[in-house]
Design a protein around this ligand. Sequence first.
Ligand code: NAD
Length: 496
Amino acid sequence: MTTTPTQTITVRNYVSGRWLAPDSSPYQEVINPATGEAIAHVPLSTAADVAAAIEGAAAAFPAWRRTPPEDRIQYLFKLKQLLEEHLDELARIITTENGKTLAEAKGELRRAIENVEVACGIPTMMQGRVLEDVARGIDETMIRQPLGVVAAITPFNFPAMIPFWFLPYAIACGNTFVLKPSERVPLSMLRAFELMEALDLPPGVLTLVNGGKAAVDALLEHPLVRAISFVGSTPVARYIYAKASEHGKRVQCQGGAKNHVIVLPDADMPSATQIIADSAFGCAGQRCLAVSVAVAVGEAQKTFRDAIAEAASSMRVGFGLEPDVQMGPVITRESKTRIEALVERGAQEGAQLLVDGRKPRIPRYDSGNFVRPTVFDRVPPDGELASTEIFGPVLSLVPARDVDEAIAILARSPYGNQASLFTSSGAAARKFRYEAPAGNIGINIGVAAPMAYFPFSGWKQSFFGALHAQGNDAIEFYTDKKVVIERWIQEHSRKF
Ligand code: NAD
């Protein structure tokens, strides 16, 4: 069995520049999903622990906001270098606690670093605007000021990338930042925060609090927290959006997904199959942009079905630290049980099980949470399989006569995180781009993840709020606009 890079460790919080192991809170085990081994214990911080962390962040704010943006981004240049130097180490930690392959973990870290790079542009991006002579002799200026303490609550599926959708922009804009990572994968951010100590940021600019619902509620209720960013499932997103709003906070909540891909018969079938297989089964189907329903049009119902079934069957599944593994386990034993139960119900609702990935035998990893790639054909478009977020390596094929019917099927989804089309027709692509009701659109792309200088743009029940993560939306989210109108009376007696 491959050795893991972490021993059983006790996760700590990072508050006011000091490491704390809360002693009043319960601890929860962190499990390696490939081996079933306990690798760490994470504190479930109490409201009092979180309040102390927020107060530390608030105390750091006045001096940090006065630090010139040019000086603030110097820390980010160093942070980029630090993440590059420790990329392999961090990737191994991600694989160990999350289960994705090492290549996938490195890919997510590249996306994290990209956000640090973009936030280095804050001295330009954060600028306001001025109009002279809005009336005779009167000038009007809009300036952007940081909010204060801002917090992010993040999910298990990208333990490093998602915190970095927020952290670099928040602090570059002059806020102090509190992170509450997923209690299922706290080790990547534990190590990242240990590394970030070398940046010599003033204590309290960056804060790490670990925990679950009690810690989240404490962040949502605390009057010193000005803004909340959340990424996770839709029911929790809805809860956080309502509760943070009730407490007067600015809030952006990215929720769950059920992503459709339409495959037209004129698509380049070998490349479409490879890309869609990676989207549906990569990260064990636990990407929020994973394709989950493939609507095959006309002849593609046969050509794509045969090709994707073959691709699914030949995928190498195992512990992501081992070479040549293409897909790892799902996050918990409960996830595996839930996914396998959904597959069972899918078969009962009349879908045809083409490739059954339940209860696989992965040599040497009997205690891992493995589900192999699974493919259903002839899935009822409005049944449970086609409409529930499975968050596992299960692809449902739904037939459609033409592109209009295919778009109508995906438009009925309550989610709108991503929609993709595979075709060689520009006209079909243009129609799809124009009509598909989702925030992230892929044309011959399987995982349409926006680069850091574009917003990560979910729609419908995949997003609650107005401003998305990344790019200019992040600057809007992390700053308040102040408008100044000035008149200076000319003293006629004075000569200038
Ligand atoms: P989750 O909703 O269970 O947890 C996310 C965060 O919320 C964690 O930090 C967790 O501690 C906290 N939390 C959980 N239950 C809570 C509760 N009842 N009250 C308050 N806080 C609570 O999500 P997850 O299982 O970690 O992540 C998977 C989900 O995230 C999927 O639905 C996936 O689609 C979604 N996701 C969405 C995006 C996106 O960009 N839209 C990106 C990644 C993941």
